[in-house]
Design a protein around this ligand. Structure first.
Ligand SMILES: [Zn+2]
Length: 693
């Protein structure tokens, strides 16, 4: 996926969630700002707030059992015209400690029960019990943490008099009946003082960051919250709600083993194929072994024929001719095999202070700082003057030297660390360190550069001039590996978009002739906008389809209007470390299966294909009928950035297209993470698609 983000607008926040629900008890003095705090937590963290003051009024509504018991205890005249007379009750209940305790014994359990009921009905990951009597009611025992909001007494009096229209003396008396700020500070896990809103919000963020990070020591063991009432609506919820689940819950046990096995093949492919050229070569070799032969212009093909078109060694089309005529349309899976990287400039070699470097120009959306201080490898080709191709691959084998872009030590990075992250590392400082030993007998300047060029000459027979005819790509020298103690994920460079290209290829029907002609196009240049002859903005795919049509007497325009395409590209998986950039109801998650993305683009659906409801319906049915775990996913919050895929270039030819692919963590980083089960589900999706009619 390309990124459509202007870097200055990207936003990252350190807060996170451990994934389990957080029950937070919030308390404090009258006027301290509990409601303001609750409002902020609701807004920013999607918290559900159970307001015990409001609930206290609810539980004594006319006809309630609590009201009856109060009347029993304090006299029937506390009820006037069916309603509780609060003044009368207060006079009696607060006349002695014993009476107060009696009232609490009646009311508090009912308040707790109602709090739990409401909490059970909400699916918010943060639940706040807003309770002035947090400790007296026993509600604190059900909280993961308790938080007090306090303010200086003078401030409290000012707020209470303004809010409740009482004089300062009365306000003082009211405060005197409540716990002191010291009590709350002593009793609560966290105290935030509210002298001004901005400060209050900042302090709340700090508390939440600690609580949600999961690493904080502040969550304590709490009593289990009874949620019986939650089940009351379970059947209805099951029927009406859509809640995508972890594939482990929906798939069979066999799927886990099958996914692991399938991903071994994927990881082997990744280890060999880091660039678009290497990917093209890998897939062509596999295709030839599987009976594909090169496409020839003008040739007539029959059902079951397997052909491929190698477009300049950087993008490839594979096709299996279907039973039905081309005028019935074709099934296209389109993925890209280029990944973000650092290309060498055409005159890359220079020397500075006895160190030799290659200058680079970054390719695609990268965060520049991520490319410093990691081992890098160099892949690509150099063309010689007489048209010979010299292949280069340095840094992948165990004994190979590797390269690096150095970074500034923290001791001297004070100024660098103050900069916004996108300015921390300059594009022109992404220089690859390639040598430091001067050429033996050379007495002049640039001895190290000479040494490097001499090595290149000895190994490849090329000179500095030949590098103008080169395409050399700097990529991370990491090998793909399992991630996690449970080995459920894969870490690697270039999942985007090889993790879709691989299943789009391996799912191509074998041993069976599909109804419609199946086309798998693995394209280049997606990361930079699909331009040039090997990108999908070029005509190579539609020309290929046109050729197939014309050789079989079909009308290519009719074919394309009846064709369907899965634009196979990755999507960003929800990352609990960065919840703020995602809209949790509409983003994709690891392990919930293949992601269906109706549209990409940014800022009001610009620059994107937007798949029709009709086409989406067809694809969803296909998934459901074939037991493919799927989820819907939009890339992040509206107006925070965005991205693009090849979908818009394919759909521009009057072809129904929708994005479908694998959710990725750390997308576009030098080392990205995917879940094995998602890769497996994606292959299932393509299989079903190719064979559908
Ligand atoms: Zn991408």
């Amino acid at each position: 996926m390309t990124d459509g983000i202007d870097t200055a607008a990207s936003r990252v926040d350190g807060s996170g969630t451990s994934g389990t629900r957080l029950f937070l008890g919030l308390t404090g003095q009258s006027g301290a700002g509990k409601s303001t705090a609750c409002g902020y937590l609701r807004e920013k963290y999607g918290a559900f707030v159970a307001d015990s003051d409001r609930i206290a009024r609810e539980v004594v509504e006319p006809g309630s059992p609590v009201l009856d018991r109060i009347a029993e205890a304090f006299g029937n005249d506390v009820i006037v015209s069916g309603r509780l007379d609060r003044a009368v009750l207060a006079a009696r209940a607060f006349s002695s400690d014993e009476n107060t305790r009696m009232l609490n014994r009646i009311v508090h359990p009912a308040i707790l029960e109602r709090c739990f009921e409401y909490a059970g009905q909400s699916d918010a990951s943060v639940v706040i019990f807003d309770a002035p009597q947090l400790f007296e009611s026993g509600l604190d025992a059900y909280c993961d943490a308790t938080l007090a909001v306090t303010a200086p007494e003078s401030e409290l009096i000012k707020r209470i008099t303004a809010r409740d229209g009482i004089d300062a003396k009365t306000a003082e008396k009211r405060l005197a009946r409540q716990h002191s700020a010291e009590f709350f500070e002593r009793s609560c896990d966290f105290t935030v003082s509210n002298t001004d809103k901005t400060g209050l919000f900042r302090r709340l963020d700090t508390v939440m960051a600690e609580l949600l990070s999961g690493s904080g020591p502040k969550r304590r063991k709490r009593k289990a919250i009874p949620m019986e009432n939650n089940d009351k609506y379970k059947d209805l919820k099951d029927k009406l709600f859509f809640s995508p689940k972890h594939v482990a819950e929906t798939g069979s046990k066999d799927d886990v083993g099958a996914a692991d096995e399938y991903c071994r093949g994927y990881m082997d492919f990744l280890a060999r194929s880091k660039t678009e050229r290497e990917c093209a070569e890998y897939f062509v070799a596999r295709a030839e072994a599987a009976g594909f032969r090169p496409f020839a212009y003008g040739e007539k093909y029959a059902a079951g024929d397997r052909i491929y078109l190698n477009n300049r060694g950087k993008s490839v089309i594979f096709a299996v001719i279907g039973k039905q005529g081309a005028e019935k349309g074709v099934k296209i899976a389109a993925a890209h095999i280029d990944s973000p990287r650092l290309d060498l400039k055409q005159a890359p070699v220079f020397e500075d202070t006895e160190l030799a470097y290659f200058k680079t120009h970054y390719y695609g959306g990268i965060k520049k700082y991520q490319w410093t201080a990691i081992p890098l490898a160099l892949h690509g080709v150099i063309m010689t003057a007489d048209g010979e191709t010299v292949r280069v691959c340095i840094g992948e084998d165990d004994g190979d030297p590797k390269f690096v872009i150095t970074d500034l030590l923290p001791h001297l990075a004070q100024e660098q660390m103050k900069k916004p992250m996108y300015e921390g590392v300059n594009a022109e400082s992404l220089n690859l360190l390639v040598g430091s030993r001067p050429f033996k007998n050379d007495p002049g300047s640039e001895m190290v550069k000479l040494g490097i060029l001499n090595l290149l000459y000895e190994k490849y027979g090329v000179t500095e001039r030949d590098l103008f005819r080169a395409e050399l790509e700097t990529v991370p020298a990491f090998k793909p590996c399992d991630i996690g103690l449970d080995r459920s994920m894969i870490g690697a460079y270039g999942h985007d978009d090889k993790v879709c290209a691989y299943p789009a290829f391996t799912a191509i029907p074998d041993g069976v002739i599909p109804e419609k002609t199946c086309i798998c196009v693995l394209t280049d240049k997606e990361e930079t906008g699909s331009d040039g002859p090997t990108g999908l903005n070029s005509a190579y795919l539609t020309d290929f389809i046109t050729e197939l049509c014309e050789s079989s007497g079909a009308n290519p325009r009719q074919c394309m209007s009846a064709s369907e395409c899965l634009s196979a590209d990755v999507n960003a998986a929800f990352d609990p470390g960065y919840p703020d950039v995602m809209e949790k109801r509409n983003c994709s998650y690891m392990n919930r299966g293949v992601v269906l993305t109706k549209f990409t683009g940014s800022r009001g659906k610009y620059d994107t294909n937007d798949a029709s409801a009709e086409f989406i319906a067809k694809i969803i049915k296909l998934m459901d009928d074939n037991g493919v775990a799927w989820q819907a996913g939009e890339l992040g919050r509206v107006d925070l950035g965005g991205g693009g895929t090849v979908a818009k270039y394919v759909s521009a030819h009057n072809i129904d297209t929708v994005d479908l692919g694998v959710p990725v963590l750390s997308m576009h980083a030098p080392f990205e993470v995917v879940a094995k089960s998602d890769v497996y589900e994606t292959e299932k999706a393509f299989r079903a698609f190719y064979l559908s009619d």
